[in-house]
Design a protein around this ligand. Sequence first.
Ligand SMILES: Cc1ncc(COP(=O)(O)O)c(C=O)c1O
Length: 379
Amino acid sequence: MTTNARIYLSPPHMGGDELGFVKEAFETNWLSTVGPHLDAFEAAMEAYLGRPCVALASGTAAIHLGLRLLGVGPGDEVLCPSLTFAASCNPVVYQGAQPVFVDSERRSWNLDPERLREAIEERKRLRGNPPRALIVVHLYGQTADMEAIEAVCAEHEIPIFEDAAEALGATYRDRKAGTLAPLAALSFNGNKIITTTGGGMLVAESRAMAEKVRFWSTQARDPGLSYEHSELGYNYRMSNVLAGIGRGQLAVLDERVRQRRAIASRYEQAFADLPGLERMPQAPWGRHTNWLSVFLVDRERLGVSRDALIEALAREDIESRPVWKPMHLQRLYADAPMVGGAVAEDLFARGLCLPSGSSLTEADQRRVIDVIRARVEQT
Ligand SMILES: Cc1ncc(COP(=O)(O)O)c(C=O)c1O
């Protein structure tokens, strides 16, 4: 008898060297928020992205400190796509500012440059000045339409912060996600393409910006013997133990991208004959990592709703989930301005994230496919 183990959406997938690095941290007693793994992990990411990096406790912390670096503060407005995870915009509120949400476009599901222009013009009309910054998000491993977004922001001199939490390994033209704006955040949360169990990184255009973030992330202690503080700090640094895991993971990033893309292609082939089950578009401007394999369900054509598929998968112990619930539909952000919304609402209503972990075997992926096909054929 075979027993089917639970299939998770996007579980951690170690490369092999991580445990050795963790052991080394124990053996050398670098069990702290300083140590050689931190230096080496940052240097390896800098070699990969070509920009200075600061290892932090989470991607959320990276967004928070990045917004502070951009001078976001009380009374400011910050633009952000509505279709994202709450961690993209919560740090706006940490800084006492207000998010302004913008709809998505259909080619990449990311921020719509036209709606962005409308949002900026509307806020200028209502408040006399444009929003302080834009957080651009690359959803599910695919970059946003950066050239169009940059052009709109340049007209109004609005700085861009890149939330690349879901997009490490993705590209826009020949540029890497994480280097498409002066500042970016990466996440190494347990479900990401590479993980440190929990963690993040701030990627900066200049070393001076990276140094400032490192200073704030370690309690902003001024140089000298006594504990002097002239700026507000945070305890946001990554642990040296976790940086060791990051070193092992970064070494297999390219392989993880290949694996995730192969999984998405296999789903697409397996569902090619099912009308009404369409893969998330692959925009022409870059490489989609397919961090998650996402499909849009057309209930009329498929004969089954997105939620019915989630339920059928759950009955077989297979984890799947809807696309992010847009921020403008959240109680927390009920009062925040929103420009457009129909696209984000449609993607939320019909979007399905399927198991996408790079360790997913072909046999397990077959199980997922078979459950979906059986549920469709049942109607
Ligand atoms: C788009 C997006 N932004 C930010 C984050 C926050 O990252 P972290 O969980 O490392 O704080 C995540 C994921 O968790 C995310 O998906």
